[in-house]
Design a protein around this ligand. Structure first.
Ligand SMILES: *Cc1c(COP(=O)(O)O)cnc(C)c1O
Length: 494
């Protein structure tokens, strides 16, 4: 299986190259040349497998440089770090409505599903390619990726990791999780600006030849742990199959029944993995793309216009406060019929004018299974309350956005397919807002909010959240875009 760049179809690399490079030299994203198929029989057989086995099966279809045994060892190590025997458990909250909990990993957000795997994939790829250079991993984070990447790469030999988060744009708990990280190969800094500024600054470093040369000289190659990296996206495909297999084994559906997925969306990585699962043969009816009031994607799916030139809103679902959803590029590549020239024209327009337009009728015709919707802050808070009140189930604000959008979709469409809402964070990561929604008031002290939320809901508090209260911050830098580059250069010069 080879991978091609969305912006240059003649750039053709192996899976290990795609993972080590992160992004193609001209700024495109790597996509598999074809979508390997998984049959309904194979999906059914997944019912008897562990999550790690399901994951290894899906990954092996894309990474032919690895044996399935090798991938199973990687997946076993990754998912042994999760706090539930089933790494991605499915919970039924109502007839035909299920929640797929993706937050049982070391940092309590869905990013762990991939970021416990990616560092191991990078190490294995380096070994396969006889790579002597160290890997420098650069991450721009809207909150959850940073900590998950830090935990994934911490003290992994041959790697250094630098994480940049928007200083004013992440939740208190998210920031604390990052700046208290241990490890000898880690670095964390705030940057002035929002997530898009952080992501743009990091992307710029990736395509800056002078940086690449300096790194080469210092014995480093750069890679990315953001969801633009194929090794990030790949492990996410598995949980769509896993959820379906679980529905089959509990007789909630029969083989071949189509299901809907509702996905709280920011950078479009999570939902894109669902689209890839569908292309591989998973019976999917709709992929519901749920946004907060940064609703660029809702407008895109409705009007065909992608317009990032709008006010940026800070919300209670900060990991979705994104105006430029990088992974949409991979979907657009499919939309254009894999036409790299057409894709480049769209991306050029985005770069120069902040927007692009495709024909909405054509979009609906070619990608009929996508629905877009958004929830504002009030609806999100109300949904947290209602979900607890009606089902006794506590959702974090990101997941609540998806529940709210799915409810809207359900009521307006009349679509009664079984639906799976992807739950992306443990509610305690956002204890203040969640407590305000289900409890009485906003509690200024996040750790008090944790205690009150526990008292009210009885839900277990993760150890890693409780411990943060007494940990000392290690990283205090706040940088401008230009200073990021200087930091990166300084790091590789030792
Ligand atoms: C990252 C994240 C999202 C958005 O996922 P994308 O792959 O960026 O679309 C949603 N919820 C939480 C909690 C996240 O950490």
């Amino acid at each position: 299986m080879k991978y091609i760049s969305t912006r240059n179809a003649s750039c053709r690399v192996s899976g290990s190259e795609a993972i080590l490079m992160g992004i193609s030299p001209e700024g495109g994203l790597f996509v598999p040349e074809t979508f390997p198929q998984i049959t309904l029989d194979e999906i059914k057989a997944m019912g008897d497998m562990s999550y790690a086995e399901r994951s290894a099966l899906v990954m092996s279809r894309y990474l032919d440089e690895f044996s399935e045994q090798e991938l199973l060892e990687i997946a076993n190590r990754a998912y042994a770090r999760f706090d539930d025997e089933d790494a991605c458990p499915l919970t039924k909250i109502e007839e035909d409505l299920y929640i797929l909990e993706l937050w049982h990993g070391p940092t309590y957000a869905f990013k762990d599903v991939a970021l416990t795997v990616l560092p191991q994939l990078i190490s294995a790829c380096r070994a396969k390619r006889g790579e002597k250079d160290k890997t420098l991993v650069l991450v721009a984070t809207s909150g959850d990726t940073g900590k998950a990447a830090l935990e994934g790469f911490k003290d992994v030999e041959g790697t250094e990791i630098m994480v940049f988060y928007p200083d004013e744009g992440v939740a208190h708990m998210q920031k604390l999780q990052m700046i208290t990280t241990g490890g000898d190969n880690t670095y964390v800094a705030g940057i002035k600006g929002n997530f898009d500024d952080a992501q743009t600054a990091v992307k710029k470093i990736f395509t800056d030849q002078s940086v690449r040369d300096a790194l080469k000289e210092g014995g480093y190659v750069m890679s990315s742990a953001n969801s633009i990296n194929w090794g990030r996206l790949l492990p996410q495909i598995a949980y769509y199959f896993s959820a379906y297999a679980d529905l089959l084994s509990s007789n909630e559906i029969t083989v071949g029944d189509k299901v809907n997925f509702a996905v709280p969306t920011g950078n479009f990585g999570d939902i894109l993995a669902g689209y890839y699962a569908m292309r591989m043969g998973l019976p999917v009816n709709k992929l519901v793309c749920a946004s907060n009031i940064n609703n660029v994607l809702t407008d895109f799916f409705t009007t065909g216009e992608y317009d990032a030139t709008r006010e940026f809103h800070k919300t209670i679902s900060p990991s979705m406060d994104i105006l430029i959803s990088s992974n949409l590029e991979r979907l657009l590549f499919e939309y254009t019929g894999r036409d790299d020239k057409a894709l480049c024209a769209l991306m050029d327009s985005l770069k120069k004018t902040g927007k692009y337009q495709v024909d909405p009728t054509d979009l609906k015709r070619k990608l009929p299974f996508f629905e877009g919707g958004f929830a504002d802050e009030d609806e999100t808070m109300e949904t947290i309350y209602n979900t607890f009140d009606e089902y006794g189930y506590v959702v974090d604000p990101h997941t609540a956005v998806a529940v709210a959008v799915y409810n809207d979709y359900y009521l307006t469409s009349g679509d009664t397919s079984p639906a799976i809402v992807l739950s992306t964070a443990n509610p305690y990561k956002f204890a203040q807002d969640v407590y305000e929604a289900v409890g009485e008031n906003y509690v200024e002290d996040p750790f008090k909010a944790v205690k009150k939320l526990h008292f009210l809901t009885g839900m277990d508090v993760p150890e890693g959240i409780r411990d943060l209260e007494t940990m000392e911050p290690r990283f205090t830098d706040v940088l401008s875009g230009e200073e990021i580059k200087q930091k990166v250069l300084a790091k590789v010069k030792g």
